[in-house]
Design a protein around this ligand. Structure first.
Ligand code: DC
Length: 242
């Protein structure tokens, strides 16, 4: 079972997206979407949901349980067991499995290299998408709104999102970012690039830009520039605070 601990976050000054607005940010690994999405949420005083962390948390748990990840039936039989809790405060994004903070272990190369195998299973997607929709609906209902990021937010999870962004970056930039993010000397840019190509292939089924998404190529942009563009897009559809 996945539960949302959707903490209220205070809105910043100025204009904010319409009450309860949903901002969907999709894109491939290394496109910079996680950091950008969290920063957008902080800037606009919205909740933040990292859907990739949910697929990672489930994969981590399955590995801990020594479930054979080549056996889809064995995976499906166990997916309802772990209690995964997601915190949506962008100042302290949290992901717990059965009460254990797994924010670090879900970022290891071991999880990264297996997560797309798990994420492609329809029953896994149905379970996590239902939970993501609940989290998004409760943030929207609270009036705070939410920035949700992943691969299929604008297309499947929240097709009615007020703002949809699709971030891309060229392969070299993506691998460099990922390697720096991992902070692991063993994760050379070349090795990361190889892992990335494999994951891209498996993630391709989920990854699609919504027809109404705004594409931003982040290859030559700083993080501040990416955040600035998304915030401006959200504010252009905003209502004054008051
Ligand atoms: O964004 P990330 O690298 O943390 O995502 C981890 C994996 O989860 C990645 O292989 C794609 C998958 N994923 C997905 O299928 N759908 C999402 N909405 C988010 C992530």
């Amino acid at each position: 079972m996945i539960e949302s601990a959707a903490n209220m976050v205070s809105a910043s000054m100025g204009e904010v997206p319409r009450s309860g607005a949903v901002i969907a940010i999709d894109g491939p690994a290394g496109s910079g979407k996680s950091t950008a999405a969290r920063r957008v949420a902080l800037a606009l005083g919205l909740h933040y949901l990292d859907t990739g962390a949910m697929y990672r948390a489930l994969t981590w748990w399955l590995q801990e349980q020594k479930v054979d990840l080549t056996d889809t039936g064995a995976i499906v039989a166990r997916i309802a067991e772990p209690k995964i809790e997601v915190g949506t405060d962008p100042r302290h994004p949290r992901i717990d499995v059965d009460g254990q903070d797994v924010a670090e272990p879900i970022r290891t190369r071991r999880v990264s290299n297996s997560v797309s195998t798990v994420a492609v299973i329809p029953q896994v997607r149905a379970l996590l998408i239902a939970m993501q929709r609940d989290i998004i609906a409760s943030a929207a209902a609270s009036g705070a709104g939410i920035v949700a990021e992943g691969r299929d937010i604008g297309t499947v999870v929240a097709p009615d999102a007020a703002v949809k962004v699709y971030l891309t970056a060229n392969e070299d930039v993506r691998a460099q970012r990922r390697s720096a993010e991992l902070g692991d000397p063993a994760a050379s840019v070349a090795a990361v690039q190889q892992d990335q190509a494999r994951r891209d292939e498996r993630d391709a089924a989920q990854l699609a830009a919504a027809a109404d998404a705004i594409r931003i190529d982040t290859s030559a942009l700083s993080l501040d520039e990416v955040v600035g563009r998304v915030v401006a897009m959200a504010q252009s559809r905003a209502v004054p605070r008051g």
